[in-house]
Design a protein around this ligand. Structure first.
Ligand code: PLP
Length: 182
């Protein structure tokens, strides 16, 4: 559909990624990311209050993967917690899921320097970094920085059209052309 194609192009452009794909919901976009980056039996790193764990849950029943929980303060993950978790032999983790702003953390914005450090640690260990950015445009306004500043350190970003952007439904997943194709 030409209108959807235009929306996807616009989203990729604003996010600074190669490609984007419209989904009916954010849950679906997050789940497809988990499915694209893992195989049954793998794991993902996240903190326990993240939306993907406490509300979505499809990762266990559909993707058949497990979470490796990281210590955080108000949803902001400690990079040393990630380093320690990565030191565990055969951890099986394939991606790091960040949430920004953090819903259960009271809308806390993940500061860019902390975000960049987490992405570097994750990438040094070959992980994919996914941002659950349901309200990432709020984080952008709060921090006074474009969303692309967070996206450029990560591998994929999901944002909801249905939250602060006020559409009745829909979310967009942004990333490389290869990732979106997958
Ligand atoms: C709403 C929300 C989602 C999921 O979006 P749906 O379109 O409701 O599936 C994912 N993550 C966070 C942080 C959200 O607030």
């Amino acid at each position: 559909d030409p209108t959807v194609a235009r929306l996807e192009e616009m989203a990729a452009d604003i996010m600074g990624t190669e490609a984007a794909l419209l989904y009916i919901s954010g849950t679906m976009a997050n789940l497809c990311t988990l499915l694209a980056c893992t195989r049954s039996g793998d794991a993902f790193f996240a903190e326990p209050d993240t939306h993907i764990h406490y509300l979505e849950k499809g990762y266990d029943t559909v993707a058949r993967i497990r979470p490796i929980f990281l210590e955080s303060s108000g949803g902001i993950i400690d990079p040393d917690a990630l380093r320690s978790a990565l030191d565990v032999p055969d951890h099986g983790g394939r991606l790091l899921c960040l949430e920004n702003p953090h819903n259960r953390g009271g809308g806390r914005v993940l500061p860019l320097d902390r975000h960049a450090e987490l992405c570097t640690v994750a990438h040094d260990h070959g992980l994919h970094v996914h941002i659950d950015g349901a309200r990432v445009f709020n984080a952008s306004v709060a921090a006074g920085k474009p969303v692309s500043e967070w996206a450029r350190h990560a591998d994929s970003v999901m944002f909801c059209l249905s939250k602060s952007l006020s559409c009745p439904l829909g979310s967009v997943l942004c990333g490389t052309r290869d990732f979106i194709q997958k």
